[in-house]
Design a protein around this ligand. Structure first.
Ligand code: ASP
Length: 310
C-alpha cells in the first residue's frame, strides 16, 4: 500500500470552464509528489512539492491566483506538519512571496516557533533569502474580477467563495511509513485585512501523526476551526473508524453542528486513503501502486496508469 499521496484543489463549485485546468493541476501535482516517493523521498518532500506546484498554478487559490482581501491585497496562509516528530510550521497573512508552503517549512525547520504572521513572517522570509516578488505577480484577472464583484452592495463573499475553488493541500505516507501534510491558501474572498483562517492552524487546516494518519482540509475556515476538523477526523480514526468513515463523520459534524461545508484528503499509516467532501465539488487526485486516481463531483472516481499523461 505504500507509498501514497493524495492532493486536493479546494472545496466548492468549479465553474465549468475551469474544471479541466483544475483536474489536470491536481493530477500533475500528485504525479510529481509520487515520483519523489517512488525515488525514496520523504513524505514531507512529496507534500511540499505537490503544494508548490499548485501555488504556482494560477487556477488555484494559493500563491499565484490567491483571492484578494477587502482592500484588494493578497495575504496567504500555509501549514506543514511532520507526523514523525509532530513538528509543524506555519505562516499566516504573509505577502509578496511565491510559495508560502516553503516558508512554512522553514518556520518548522529553522525556528523554535510553530507559526509566524504578517510582517514577522515576511521579515523571516527575507532573512532566509526567500525572494520578495511584486504583489501584482500573485494577482490574476480572475481573482480581481471576483474581488470587484464582491465589493458590490448585497454581495455575499462567503457564499461566493464556494464558487471559487482553490485552497490546496496534500497528505502522504512514504515507504518508511512517515506521514506528512501540507495546506496553502489565499483565504476567503474579500476577507478583512488580517483575517487568518483554518489553514495555518494546526489541527484545523491539517494534522499529521505517524501513529494515526494525516488530514489536509479545505472549506469554510471559520467552521473548520470551530470543530478542529483535521484532528476531529483523526480522533475518529483513533477510535477505529476507516479513513473514509472518519472523514465523513468529521464533515457531517461540521455541517450539522455549525452549518459549514468543506472537504478533506486523509491517509492512515497503512496507506489507506480517502478524498471526501460535503461541498458540491472538490477536485482531488491520489497516486498509489503506479495508478493515478482523480475526481471532481461526489462519487466520481477515475483511474489511469501513472505514466499515462492523458
Ligand atoms: N479554508 C480556507 C480558508 O478559510 C478557504 C478554502 O479552503 O477555500 O481560508
Amino acid at each position: 500500500m505504500l507509498p501514497v499521496v493524495v492532493v486536493h484543489g479546494g472545496a466548492g463549485i468549479v465553474p465549468r470552464e475551469r474544471s479541466e485546468k483544475s483536474t489536470s493541476g491536481v493530477c500533475s501535482a500528485a504525479r510529481a509528489a509520487y515520483a519523489i516517493l517512488q525515488g525514496g523521498g520523504s513524505s514531507m518532500d512529496a507534500v511540499v512539492e505537490a503544494v508548490i506546484q499548485l501555488e504556482k498554478n494560477p487556477t488555484f487559490n494559493a500563491g499565484c491566483g490567491s483571492v484578494l482581501n477587502a482592500k484588494g491585497d493578497v495575504e496567504m496562509d500555509a501549514l506543514v506538519m511532520d507526523g514523525k516528530t509532530l513538528s509543524s510550521g506555519a505562516v499566516s497573512a504573509v505577502r509578496y512571496i511565491a510559495n508560502p508552503i516553503q516558508l512554512a517549512r522553514l518556520v518548522m525547520e529553522e525556528t523554535s516557533h510553530a507559526c509566524l504572521t504578517a510582517e514577522g513572517a515576511n521579515q523571516f522570509a527575507q532573512a532566509m533569502g526567500v525572494p520578495e516578488i511584486p504583489q501584482e505577480s500573485l494577482i490574476t484577472e480572475y481573482s480581481r474580477m471576483r474581488w470587484i464583484k464582491n465589493l458590490a452592495p448585497g454581495a455575499n463573499p462567503v457564499e461566493s467563495q464556494m464558487g471559487k475553488m482553490g485552497t490546496v493541500g496534500a497528505v502522504a505516507v512514504d515507504s518508511e511509513g512517515n506521514i506528512s501534510c501540507a495546506t496553502s491558501t489565499g483565504g476567503m474572498l474579500n476577507k478583512m485585512e488580517g483575517r487568518v483562517g483554518d489553514t495555518s492552524c494546526i489541527g484545523s487546516g491539517g494534522y499529521a501523526d505517524n501513529n494515526l494518519g494525516a488530514v489536509s482540509t479545505t472549506g469554510a475556515g471559520e467552521a473548520i476551526m470551530k470543530v478542529t476538523l483535521a484532528r476531529l477526523i483523526l480522533f475518529h480514526m483513533e477510535r477505529g473508524q476507516s479513513v473514509e468513515a472518519a472523514s465523513d463523520l468529521g464533515l457531517a459534524y461540521m455541517k450539522s453542528r455549525v452549518g459549514g461545508l468543506g472537504g478533506v484528503v486523509t491517509v492512515d499509516p497503512q496507506g489507506h486513503w480517502a478524498a471526501r467532501f460535503s461541498s458540491l465539488q472538490m477536485v482531488w487526485a491520489a497516486a498509489q501502486k503506479d495508478t493515478l486516481h482523480y475526481g471532481l463531483y461526489t462519487g466520481e472516481h477515475f483511474t489511469q496508469s501513472i505514466d499515462d499523461q492523458h
